[in-house]
Write a protein that binds this ligand. Structure first.
Ligand SMILES: NC(=O)c1ccc[n+]([C@@H]2O[C@H](COP(=O)([O-])OP(=O)(O)OC[C@H]3O[C@@H](n4cnc5c(N)ncnc54)[C@H](OP(=O)(O)O)[C@@H]3O)[C@@H](O)[C@H]2O)c1
Length: 302
């Protein structure tokens, strides 16, 4: 029998791809959206074959109604406390009320379980929701994909194509960083949603690549030797982030404040995915680092 999967955050960048991957796998896919949601985004979902249900996301009863008969709820919402803790709690309450057996929260980040609370604001919010999720009578699976590979395109200190530099913190030029493309994350998430035996925590990475290996890939693709350098010690980086945060109180209300982006990079250099579940499902293929970099590093990089 077809599995029925409900997606929250289906109009988002990742949520949309998850819906596509579920449809490919012959699932019955529905999406709960709010009344403010962009109609064009709803149209894209409808054309894909998703049953879109507009609900008052403040009402647990309305969410529960949409959850009746659902095998797994996937949350791919993005936001701060009002979304990651408050909205996800209401979605979970709706799922519980309807007797949904499984829930995938909107983690989709580095595995924060071994990281120190207080180091990454957005991970702390996920931790807070996780405590509630793990106290509930529902089977949960979290997907930890490291960083979306897109960040390699954004001229961060890790790889900056504009000033032709590659940077690392501490003595970590050979430290493997976890990157997963959104498409690979979405395909894996669809598999997990359809697998009643999926584990609680699932680490994945399309590719794990060190600063030195990034340097070698850039050289292979462009023939150019970028400057590779230590940015600072990790201790100094932590101090810098604290100061940056204190100096920018407005960032507390921004999802990707500058200091939060720095917190993500600090996390990437603090923990690694050592137990990959990439091989869990036979029919998945994973993007390699070189293939991904080829999509945006031009041979004539100027
Ligand atoms: N690991 C990484 O490097 C990385 C990078 C980026 C994102 N992520 C994570 O990936 C997940 C998905 O992110 P994304 O980039 O796909 O997000 P996105 O494109 O910004 O989409 C966010 C989704 O959440 C919904 N949403 C936001 N606020 C809402 C609210 N107050 N009430 C109801 N719905 C709301 C949006 O609905 P509307 O269409 O109605 O606005 C949309 O469907 C999140 O957990 C995010 O933190 C991870």
């Amino acid at each position: 029998m077809k599995k029925a999967i409900l997606v929250a955050g289906a109009t988002g960048n990742l949520g949309n791809r998850i819906c596509r991957e579920l449809i490919i796998r012959n699932a019955d896919v529905s999406a709960i959206v709010r009344s403010a949601t962009d109609l064009e985004k709803i149209d894209v979902l409808t054309k894909m074959g998703v049953k879109v249900i507009e609900v008052d996301l403040n009402s647990v009863d309305e969410i529960a109604k949409a959850c009746v008969g659902i095998d797994c709820v996937i949350s791919a919402v993005a936001g701060l406390r009002d979304v990651i803790v408050d909205l996800q709690s209401r979605i979970l309450d709706g799922a519980l009320q309807a007797g949904v057996p499984r829930f995938i929260p909107s983690d989709f980040c580095t595995n924060y379980n071994d990281l120190v609370p207080g180091e990454n604001r957005n991970f702390d919010l996920r931790r807070e929701f996780k405590a509630y999720l793990d106290s509930a009578a529902i089977k949960a699976s979290s997907i930890f994909n490291g960083a979306f590979a897109d960040i390699l395109k954004y001229n961060t200190p890790i790889l900056n194509l504009k000033d032709k530099s590659i940077g690392y913190w501490g003595e970590k030029a050979d430290w493997k960083l976890d990157f997963t493309t959104m498409d690979d994350t979405a395909a894996f998430t669809a598999e997990v949603a359809l697998d009643n035996n999926a584990l609680r925590d699932l680490e994945i990475a399309s590719f794990q690549i060190s600063p030195n290996e990034l340097w070698a890939n850039v050289k292979e693709l462009t023939g150019q030797e970028f400057r590779i350098h230590q940015l600072s010690t990790l201790e100094d980086f932590a101090g810098f982030i604290k100061k940056q945060r204190a100096d920018n109180p407005a960032g507390e209300n921004e999802l990707y404040a500058k200091w939060q982006q720095a917190q993500y990079m600090y996390s990437m250099f603090s923990t690694q995915h050592n137990q990959l579940s990439n091989e869990q499902y036979d029919n998945l293929s994973w993007t390699t680092g070189l293939a991904y970099m080829k999509s945006f590093v031009s041979p004539n990089q100027s």
